[in-house]
Design a protein around this ligand. Structure first.
Ligand code: UDP
Length: 328
């Protein structure tokens, strides 16, 4: 049988790198693409030695050229934390709009099936709970998160248009908060923030009163859901996430317990447009993909904590150097 080839954008990022691992394991030839703004080569260092893996340093917002055949494309390039959106708002907009357009064009030219990474952020600060795929969302287009949320909403519209107008094989996954090894320690997201603070002996910063909720999915569960969605014949968006919802305050207490530290919790201002509640309705994923998360938060947190603990000590104190590297 001829080797199957897949292009994974954002391959040096948290989710992209785990997807590369999965496709290499499944026997694919994997082309990983990343402009390394927020990605880190150390996430795919182990893959660079593999004959099944090839790295292309490229910004997908510019024309994307990949020689040879492609069976699948997975578009996972995008900054994904509120701190990043504030620092690189234009790049955030471009990667999910211009970048998606380029990749849809590539998929069409190669007759490949494409899966794009969308997000629970398309629901904004949701007025429906839990969020089903039918809910249209409550998004502020010009708030600090607008550059991400609206680019992802546009991405979905463009992807569906290629599906209906060109008959392209497309898949859309709406990803809810996901965690696991290879998250950036200093990207501002709550899980690495809390674990980093605990390991440095600092107090844990809860924003607002901590009553806002999130539902955290372990990365291996997410990758399984994405793999199943790609192989399915379902073109409409599907939520993938863990419905086990928790308040941020309770989550901070869980991290303190897990890390066996005696840090206090301190309260800071809630960022603008911070969603009050978020929980995926995964009925569709269960029905269509026969998928549901298998890894409990206790289990997943332990693995993730052990990962962060195993990093060299200076990683704990280092600001991520992403933005110094990027000077355009
Ligand atoms: N958060 C917090 N302390 C932190 C970082 C984040 O209380 O040090 C809160 C944040 O305000 C939000 C939740 O944790 O309500 C999840 O934030 P994150 O940035 O991880 O993801 P998102 O808001 O995109 O779900």
């Amino acid at each position: 049988m001829e080797e199957r080839r897949v292009l994974i954008t954002g391959c040096a990022g948290f989710l992209g790198s785990h997807l590369c691992d999965r496709f290499v394991k499944e026997g694919y030839e994997v082309i990983g693409m990343d402009n390394l703004i927020t990605g880190d080569l150390s996430n795919i260092e182990h893959l660079l030695k593999s004959e099944q893996f090839e790295f292309h340093h490229h910004d997908v917002a510019k024309y994307v050229h990949v020689p040879g055949d492609l069976d699948y494309i997975l578009h996972f390039a995008s900054p994904a934390s509120p701190i990043d959106y504030l620092k690189i708002p234009i790049q955030t907009l471009k990667v999910s709009s211009l970048g998606t357009h380029n990749l849809l064009g590539l998929a069409k030219a190669k007759n490949a099936r494409i899966l794009v990474a969308s997000t629970s952020e398309v629901y904004g600060d949701p007025l429906v709970h839990p969020q089903t795929e039918e809910y249209y969302g409550n998004v502020n287009p010009i708030g600090p998160r607008g550059v991400y949320d609206e680019a992802k909403r546009f991405q979905e519209a463009l992807t569906m248009a290629y599906h209906t107008f060109h008959g392209l094989e497309t898949r859309i996954v709406r990803i809810f908060n996901t965690y696991g090894p290879r998250m950036r320690l200093n990207d501002g997201r709550v899980l690495p923030a809390f674990i980093g603070q605990a390991l440095r002996g600092e107090d844990l910063t809860v924003f607002g009163d901590g009553k806002q909720t999130r539902s955290f999915c372990y990365v291996d569960d997410l990758v399984e859901g994405i793999y199943r969605l790609l192989m399915s014949d379902y073109a409409a968006p599907v939520n993938i996430g863990n419905p086990d919802e928790i308040t941020i305050l309770d989550f901070a207490e869980e991290v303190i317990k897990l890390t066996n530290t005696s840090q206090k919790i301190i309260f800071k201002d809630l960022p603008k447009d911070d969603p009050l509640q978020r929980q995926p309705d995964i009925a569709k994923a269960k029905e269509i993909l026969n998928w549901s998360p298998q890894i409990s938060r206790a289990e997943g947190l332990k693995i993730t904590f052990d990962y962060f603990k195993s990093l060299p000590e200076d990683a704990l104190f280092k600001e991520h150097n992403t933005f110094e590297k990027f000077n355009k």
